[in-house]
Design a protein around this ligand. Sequence first.
Ligand SMILES: NC(=O)c1ccc[n+]([C@@H]2O[C@H](COP(=O)([O-])OP(=O)(O)OC[C@H]3O[C@@H](n4cnc5c(N)ncnc54)[C@H](OP(=O)(O)O)[C@@H]3O)[C@@H](O)[C@H]2O)c1
Length: 285
Amino acid sequence: MTRVTVLGAGAMGSRIARRLAGAGHAVTVWNREAARAEALADVARIAATPRAAVADAEVAIAMLRDDAASATVWSGPDGALAALPATAVAVESSTLSPTWVRELATRFAGAGRTFVDAPVVGSRPQAEAGQLVVLAGGSTEALATLAPTLAAYASRVHATGAVGSGTVAKLVVNALFAVQLAALAEWLPAAAGAGLAPATLRAALAATPVLSPAANGAAGLMLAQAHAPSFPLELVAKDLGYALQLAGGNAAAPVTTTVAALVERAIGRGWGGDNVTALARLHAG
Ligand SMILES: NC(=O)c1ccc[n+]([C@@H]2O[C@H](COP(=O)([O-])OP(=O)(O)OC[C@H]3O[C@@H](n4cnc5c(N)ncnc54)[C@H](OP(=O)(O)O)[C@@H]3O)[C@@H](O)[C@H]2O)c1
């Protein structure tokens, strides 16, 4: 049993907190919007500030929207970093820019605290089922300490190397995923126009190694026109922006740049809160 603090009880953080509690860990939760934290009161202690939330933590996991949220929660007034016990391990699991993760790593090192970047692959259903894949950048010792905690919500922890490397791997995963989905969104209707029914095409693609399991799942949602949010387009846009920073700018990654523009177009139509599969609607009718 580990005393684990979850900072951020959004779609992913709340599911991770429930998995941790279900595995027998002593969970403390903080969320900016208090109601979201209080919805976890049946399984976790609720803290009033990030600082209070980590006061006796052995592991502190942040699962927040973006760089700005991470900066506020770790380093803002009442931020968690200053109150983290010396022996605790800090885990940043949000999908963030490499620049900010490097800065965070410097701040933790300056404070003499252990820090791991451990973004997750998988969405709400995988979090609920304990099937996330964690891409972890940090020391072997820190990852060994974290193993029983991560096992509560991850089916696999893949060590990527030094602090910051998990974030690099995660942004590449998300860029590849978005590119595949944008291509599927255009080819399902294009093949239909050429006489191949989309469901038949999906089955044919699934019989080959070319269609990834994640893209196959997304193709099913596109065909069903089921775009309830799991990985909303506005988060995809945020991640592609960070990925393009990582690449060194738009010119270095023209395919990803094009897909980012398609995502922005979909958001411009008012679909930012819809699932990434809503990219298919750009080609409807
Ligand atoms: N959804 C997915 O499929 C998925 C998969 C893998 C990774 N991720 C990544 O995981 C992270 C969380 O995603 P999510 O789906 O859980 O998003 P979400 O439901 O929108 O939750 C975002 C969380 O960030 C908090 N937050 C936002 N701005 C803040 C600020 N300025 N200060 C303090 N807290 C702030 C929110 O607090 P409030 O409740 O107060 O707004 C909430 O707890 C993101 O980095 C996302 O890219 C998501």
